[in-house]
Design a protein around this ligand. Structure first.
Ligand code: MTE
Length: 324
């Protein structure tokens, strides 16, 4: 992004949570059963903070698995939760895990605004509780040419949108991250314009792949990954997947996006993963999987991050070199 040399961080073997340990823990959580959404709003419903920090109830998606993705392994949890981009907590890859340690994400509200029949300030629980949560294994590709394969837990955004009933004027959905420099110390420096904002076209937001995400690896989102609620848009570069969302606005006009404001030549509104359109400063043809060390072989990047079948129709007739 702003940083020219992307520092890699080799993960020590001692830091790696094996898939077996992860699966065992996930199995335990499932069989433990009633870890209801009530716990999501922690202090609001009176759950103990320790419980609220980890509990999540969900069913595993059969459509979004390692097998359906054609992937062999999940990325190591330690890598996915310690190599982060979250400028609200510093610009270094290992800043967020340190600087977000004391962030208290709950209670949390999301303001629903604009062209919508059911606007209002929703408690996180009220916004999400009516919906079934699912776990989906997705590829996630950063514009910086690193990637990971993560089991996210969330609700397809289209289901939430339908319930909120956008008006016929709603053509886009705008998202905004919390702005609170006391709680997010990185915001004391104007490295990018604050608050972080993002946007999707309505059909993109309604696409089944777009996930309003509350957890990963069977647990609530760690602070550094965007607690308590973030977006995951797996066919787009990672910066579209905005973290710690406090406002969702349905708009008639295309909303502004932080990286596009910061550098329009390098970052467009669409930002679909596209190995044929290079970043002005580096190639997008290949990517490095995090957690495998910086010398691991780079693998080819797939069009729309491998989700071509599900999303290509939304862009038919568009020149993706111009509308990058
Ligand atoms: N959201 C906010 N609010 N602030 C950020 O700095 N970084 C983006 C995106 N969402 C960012 C953000 C970028 S560049 C990426 S690649 C992903 O978050 C990283 O998500 P991860 O840390 O969970 O891997």
């Amino acid at each position: 992004m702003l940083i020219r040399n992307i520092p890699g961080r080799a993960i020590k073997s001692s830091e790696i949570t094996s898939k077996a340990v992860f699966e065992a823990r996930r199995g335990f959580m499932r069989s433990a059963g009633v870890l209801g959404l009530g716990a999501i709003a922690g202090s609001v419903v009176g759950a103990s903070p320790a419980k609220a920090a980890t509990d999540l109830s969900f069913s595993a998606s059969t459509m979004h698995t390692l097998e359906t993705l054609g992937e062999k392994n999940l990325s190591d949890r330690e890598a996915a939760t310690s190599y982060n981009n979250f400028y609200e907590f510093g610009t270094g890859k290992d800043d967020p895990v340190d600087q977000a340690r004391d962030f208290q994400p709950l209670p949390w509200t999301v303001s629903i605004e604009g062209e919508v029949a059911n606007p209002g300030v929703y408690d996180l629980e009220d916004l999400m509780k009516p919906h079934m949560m699912e776990e989906r294994v997705c590829r996630f590709r950063c514009v910086e040419a690193w990637s990971m394969v993560v089991p996210w837990v969330g609700v397809p955004m289209g289901q939430v949108i339908k319930r909120l009933e956008p008006t016929s004027k709603a053509k886009y959905v705008a998202f905004e991250t919390l702005f609170d420099p006391e709680r997010m110390p990185g915001q004391k420096r104007r490295v990018i314009p604050w608050p972080y904002v993002e946007g999707l076209r309505m059909d993109e937001a309604m696409n089944d792949l777009t996930l309003l995400t509350l957890g990963m690896y069977g647990e609530r989102l760690p602070n550094q990954n965007g607690a308590p609620i973030r977006l995951v848009v797996p066919w787009k570069y990672g910066f579209k997947s905005i973290k710690s969302i406090v406002r969702i606005t349905f708009t008639e006009e295309q909303p502004p996006c932080t990286w596009n404001i910061a550098n329009a030549r390098e970052y467009g509104f669409y930002s679909n993963v596209n190995p044929e359109v290079d970043h002005p400063r580096w190639s997008q043809a290949r990517e490095r999987r995090i957690g495998q060390g910086i010398f691991a072989e780079r693998i080819p990047t797939l069009m729309f991050n491998g989700y071509e079948e599900q999303v290509a129709a939304m862009y038919s007739g568009m020149d993706l070199k111009k509308l990058y």
